[in-house]
Design a protein around this ligand. Structure first.
Ligand code: ACO
Length: 429
C-alpha cells in the first residue's frame, strides 16, 4: 500500500479502495470507481460553494488564510506593495517572473499605447441612464469590446492572446473613467500617454479645464498600492467565474465581463461599497453597540469582516490601514473613520467575532480611502475590477495552457421527482 494514499472502505459493499494523494488532494474522479452495484454511476463528492474542492492547479497566488499570508508568484504582498508598481505586478502575475528593465519598459509602452477605445464605444455608453451604476456599465462595455476585436475568438493563440491581454489591461481604466464621467454628465477625458497607469487614470477621472493634469504623487502612489493589493486573490468568486466562462473558449473580453459581473455582488467586490453604506447607516460611535447586537441576532452583517479563506487579519487590510494615514495627510479623512475604528476595536474583542475568526478584510478600510480620494461609493467595485483584470487574465491564461482543464461542468445530486407522466391541462389540480 502506497504511503501517500487514502484507504476507503465502502460499507455498502465491503470493498476497499486505495486512492492516491497528490499535493494534499485526492482526485474526485478516483471516487467514480466506488460503486454500490454494476449499474451505479459511481460515487460523487458533494461540495456546494466549493468549500473543500480545488478546481485547478495554480502557480500564481499563494494564500495561507490561517497565518494571513498572501504572495504573488512567491513574492510577499508586503514587498510588492512597498516596492513594485501595479504594471510590474501585472507582468509578474502574467509572466511568472518580475520583468527586467527592458521588459518592463516594453510592457508599460504596450499598455500605455492600448488605452484608447473605439469612438463607437462612447455611443454604447451614451445609451445608459445618467444614474446607471458604473459596475453595470463596465460589465456591458467589457463584453462589448469583444465585438471590436473579433480576432479575440482565437484567444488561445500566443500573439493574439498577448494582444488581447494588453488591450484589456490598457482599456479598463478608460472604461471606468468614462463610466464615472457619464454619471456626472462631464465630457470624457482622453488618456495621457505621459502619465503612469494610475496617474493617467486620475487624469481621465478628474481632469477639468487645466491643459495638463498633474496627479498628486501621494494619491497616485496610494492608488498604485491599492491596485497591487487587488491584483489577484487565487480562486475567488469572480476568478472562478472567469475560468469557468473562459473554459468554453469564449474570447477573454466575455470571460472578463463575467468576472466583473461576479465582482459586482455585495458579498464580493461590492463589499467596500456596502461597508460605507453600513458605516453611514450606523452614523456615530454611540450607535455601534446596538448595531453589533443586531449582527449577533443575525439581523445585520458586519460588512468588511470575514473571509472564506482568511481566518486571521487579511494582510491587505493591514497595508491599507497604514496607507490610509498617508493619504489623509493630503486629503480630507472620511468622516466615518472614527466609526470604523471603534467598530473594528469592539468587534475584535467581541466573543461572537473572535470565536468565528472574523477579522477585517481588504474592503473594510479601502472604501474610506476611495471616499477620501473623491470617489462616489458606486465606483468602489470598479476600482477593484481594474486591477483584478491582470489576475483574471493570468488565471484565464493558466487555465487555457493547462492540459488537464476542460470545459467546466460540475455534477449535481438530483433531488427532483422520479419519472412521471405528463398530465393534460384540464386534468391538473
Ligand atoms: N458579519 C456577521 N457574521 C458573519 C460575517 C459578517 N461579516 N461573516 C461571517 N459571519 C458568521 C456567519 O453568520 C457564520 O456564523 P454561524 O456559524 O453562527 O452560522 C460564521 O460567521 C461563518 O460564516 P460563513 O458565512 O460560513 O463564511 P463564508 O466563508 O461562507 O463567508 C464571506 C465569507 C461571504 C466573506 C462572509 O464573511 C461575509 O458575508 N462577509 C461580509 C461581506 C464582505 O465583507 N465580503 C468581502 C469579502 S473579501 C472580498 O471579496 C474581496
Amino acid at each position: 500500500m502506497a504511503a501517500n494514499s487514502l484507504t476507503v472502505t465502502d460499507n455498502r459493499t465491503g470493498k476497499v479502495y486505495e486512492l492516491p494523494i497528490e499535493q494534499g488532494a485526492i482526485r474526485a474522479m478516483d471516487l467514480r470507481q466506488i460503486k454500490a452495484s454494476e449499474d451505479d454511476f459511481g460515487l460523487l463528492s458533494y461540495d456546494p460553494a466549493f468549500m473543500n474542492t480545488a478546481s485547478c492547479r495554480s502557480a500564481i497566488t499563494y494564500i495561507d488564510g490561517d497565518r494571513g499570508i498572501l504572495r504573488y508568484r512567491g513574492y510577499s504582498i508586503e514587498q510588492l506593495a512597498e516596492r513594485a508598481t501595479y504594471l510590474e505586478t501585472a507582468y509578474l502575475l502574467l509572466h511568472g517572473e518580475l520583468p527586467t528593465s527592458a521588459q518592463l519598459d516594453d510592457w508599460v509602452y504596450q499598455i500605455t499605447h492600448h488605452t484608447w477605445i473605439h469612438e463607437n464605444m462612447k455611443k454604447v455608453m451614451e445609451g445608459f441612464h445618467y444614474d446607471a451604476h458604473p459596475m453595470g456599465m463596465i460589465v456591458l462595455m467589457v463584453g462589448a469590446l469583444s465585438t471590436f476585436y473579433p480576432e479575440a475568438k482565437n484567444g488561445i493563440d500566443g500573439e493574439t492572446r498577448k494582444l488581447q491581454i494588453i488591450r484589456l489591461i490598457g482599456k479598463m481604466p478608460t472604461l471606468a473613467a468614462f463610466a464615472y464621467r457619464h454619471n456626472l454628465g462631464m465630457p470624457y477625458a482622453y488618456p495621457d500617454n505621459h502619465l503612469s497607469y494610475t496617474g493617467n487614470f486620475l487624469n481621465m477621472l478628474f481632469k477639468a479645464t487645466e491643459v495638463k493634469y498633474e496627479p498628486h504623487p501621494t494619491l497616485e502612489r496610494a492608488l498604485e498600492v491599492l491596485f497591487i493589493l487587488h491584483a489577484d486573490h487565487e480562486q475567488n468568486c469572480s476568478t472562478n467565474a472567469v475560468r469557468s466562462v473562459g473554459s468554453s473558449r469564449v474570447d477573454p473580453y466575455s470571460a472578463v465581463a463575467a468576472g466583473v459581473a461576479a465582482l459586482y455582488g455585495p458579498l464580493h467586490g461590492g463589499a467596500n461599497e456596502a461597508v460605507l453604506r453600513m458605516l453611514g447607516s450606523i452614523g456615530s460611535r454611540d450607535k455601534i453597540p446596538q448595531f453589533i447586537k443586531q449582527v449577533k441576532e443575525g439581523k445585520a452583517k458586519l460588512m468588511g469582516f470575514g473571509h472564506r479563506v482568511y481566518k486571521n487579519y487579511d494582510p491587505r487590510a493591514k497595508i491599507i490601514k497604514r496607507m490610509a494615514d498617508e493619504t489623509y495627510e493630503v486629503t480630507r479623512p472620511s468622516p466615518l473613520l472614527p466609526v470604523a475604528q471603534e467598530l473594528e476595536r469592539i468587534a475584535l474583542e467581541d466573543e461572537y467575532f473572535v470565536t468565528r475568526k472574523l477579522y477585517p478584510n481588504v474592503d473594510f478600510y479601502s472604501g474610506m480611502i476611495y471616499e477620501s480620494l473623491g470617489f462616489p461609493v458606486e465606483m468602489f467595485p470598479v476600482l477593484f475590477a481594474i486591477p483584478r483584470t491582470a489576475g483574471w487574465l493570468a488565471q484565464w491564461q493558466e487555465m487555457i495552457e493547462d492540459p488537464e482543464q476542460k470545459i467546466a461542468r460540475p455534477r449535481q445530486v438530483y433531488t427532483g421527482p422520479a419519472q412521471r407522466d405528463y398530465v393534460p391541462l384540464g386534468m391538473r389540480g
